[in-house]
Design a binder for this molecule. Structure first.
Ligand SMILES: C[S@@+](CC[C@H](N)C(=O)[O-])C[C@H]1O[C@@H](n2cnc3c(N)ncnc32)[C@H](O)[C@@H]1O
Length: 207
């Protein structure tokens, strides 16, 4: 298939986000803890998390139509039923999501591949997203942000502490292990290459 036909296929068939205000619970369907995986890329973390937490309802949000489409196909092929893929900008989608205090876990594995200053606006992790996560997460809910770029990790930590409503676990704000029993593609690559990984585990405060 030509590149342009493939692109059209991805755009037309990548799972769409609901329009207007919507309920995360209704989107995920069923019952069980609600989890978000933001920017899942090639989707390994979704597959592993779905297996590690079969009772959870996981919503994966990915801005690239190619990955949203391909990962949805892969989940269907593997018969995974507790993951809902949504294609779009997580910052925009979560602004419209409710109700407050329903999300148990959020994973941001190796976000923000953009380095140039002019691409700063594209970065998904920042105050607007963190404020929405603070609103949507339940008390004692867990937010994991991990990256192999130390400067980014320190920036994320500062942003998180600045908005408040979370307490971070571990020495100096970082933990050694990924507590979610699910590794992302980038995490696997970083481990294989022996790169250090900076992991922030933040717990949503009560109130
Ligand atoms: C460096 S990749 C990491 C992919 C995957 N989490 C992993 O660790 O292998 C970052 C991913 O975040 C996605 N992304 C970036 N900005 C996003 C946004 N605003 N909303 C949703 N996904 C986003 C990118 O398309 C890309 O797939």
């Amino acid at each position: 298939m030509s590149d342009s036909r493939l692109r059209r296929l991805y755009v037309e068939h990548a799972p769409k986000a609901p329009e207007g205000r919507f309920s995360l619970g209704a989107l995920a369907g069923g019952k069980g803890p609600l989890e978000l995986d933001i920017g899942f890329g090639r989707g390994q973390s979704l597959l592993e998390r779905a297996e590690a937490a079969p009772g959870s309802r996981i919503i994966g949000i990915e801005v690239k139509t190619k990955w949203a489409y391909k990962v949805q196909q892969r989940l269907t092929k593997h018969g995974v039923s507790n993951v809902q893929v949504v294609c779009g900008d997580a910052r925009e989608i979560l602004r419209r999501a409710g109700p407050e205090g329903v999300v148990d876990k959020v994973a941001l594995h190796f976000p923000d591949p953009w380095w140039k200053k002019r691409h700063q606006k594209r970065r998904v992790v920042g105050e607007p997203l963190l404020v929405e996560l603070r609103r949507l997460m339940r008390a004692e809910g867990e937010l994991l942000i991990q990256t192999d770029v130390e400067d980014r990790a320190r920036l994320y930590l500062r942003q998180l502490l600045a908005i408040g409503g979370f307490r971070v676990v571990g020495d100096g704000g970082f933990v050694d292990e990924n507590p979610f029993s699910a590794r992302s593609n980038r995490e696997r690559r970083a481990l294989e290459a022996g790169l250090p990984i900076w992991r922030i585990l933040a717990i949503r405060d009560a109130g």
